[in-house]
Design a protein around this ligand. Structure first.
Ligand SMILES: CC(C)(COP(=O)(O)OP(=O)(O)OC[C@H]1O[C@@H](n2cnc3c(N)ncnc32)[C@H](O)[C@@H]1OP(=O)(O)O)[C@@H](O)C(=O)NCCC(=O)NCCS
Length: 236
């Protein structure tokens, strides 16, 4: 790990008697080293049982973004009324935390698609990469009584040279755990991330879905495009 001295004075300071004396260097990890240290810390967090994890573990993005959303701009009806800050009894809507690997995050994603057999190290690397990019807004709903993630959806920001170097939002990986469906959590996540994309100045937002889910997304103002969605799959 590369360590850099903080402060100036080339390692000397003025003592009480006015003479200079050698400063004891304060070592602080910087750059790649600091990142490595965070990963190491996170690695040990990923090995810990959930009960011992601190609630303020590393977030994918700044949670204030959710607190500061203007919910009055939400266009969908909620009955009973819920919001990002009040998602319901015992529930919290928040950014993904690095320790959520221990809280059933992958189990929920697995109800949408194949999650594969990635271990904690790989999870942490991907988390760090997403977090450092600043363009991934992986959002979860946690049932705090169970200490488990019960729903998730992701907003990704894509940077363009077109439209005056605009940003475009993409919604991915929307899933609510089987036991929690029909409790408005899918709606809450979609409304939240759609508003967040506006707040982040995206000029548009898109998503791909199966025909059976079109009606769900139309609730939030999404339109079926005339463009085709094309793909090649290289592996699963
Ligand atoms: C689709 C999904 C995210 C919806 O989440 P949910 O929490 O069950 O849905 P909500 O309770 O928030 O939805 C409430 C509203 O959407 C409607 N709705 C739910 N699923 C729907 C669907 N697939 N198609 C159309 N409408 C749907 C409900 O009827 C309800 O309507 P209302 O508000 O008028 O009463 C959830 O069913 C799910 O995880 N499905 C499996 C994974 C999946 O297909 N994800 C989408 C990938 S594109």
């Amino acid at each position: 790990m590369r360590l850099r001295r903080s402060g100036s004075g080339r390692g000397r300071r003025r003592g009480r008697d006015g003479k200079t004396e050698k400063r004891r260097p304060r070592m602080r990890p910087r750059g790649k080293g600091a990142r490595q240290e965070r990963i190491t810390l996170a690695s040990s967090a990923a090995m810990m049982p959930a009960a011992t994890l601190k609630p303020d573990s590393i977030s994918m993005y700044d949670p204030r973004l959710l607190r500061e959303l203007d919910w009055s701009q939400n266009t969908v009806t909620f009955s009973p009324a819920i919001s990002p800050m009040n998602p319901g009894d015992g529930l919290v809507l928040r950014p993904l935390c690095i320790t959520d690997i221990n809280q059933g995050f992958l189990k929920v994603l697995g109800q949408l698609t194949e999650t594969g057999a990635a271990g904690p190290e790989q999870f942490i690397k991907t988390f760090e990469r997403m977090r450092n990019s600043g363009d991934y807004y992986v959002t979860v709903v946690e049932d705090t009584n169970l200490g488990e993630i019960v729903a998730t959806a992701t907003l990704i920001i894509e940077h363009k040279f077109t439209h005056s170097c605009a940003k475009r939002g993409r919604i991915e990986d929307v899933v609510v755990s089987g036991e929690c469906r029909g409790k408005q959590l899918g709606k809450l996540l979609m409304s939240t991330l759609t508003l967040l994309s506006k707040r982040l100045n995206c000029y548009k937002i898109t998503l791909e879905c199966l025909p059976k889910n079109v009606a769900f997304y139309e609730k939030f103002g999404y339109l079926v495009s005339e463009e085709n969605y094309m793909y090649q799959r290289f592996f699963n």
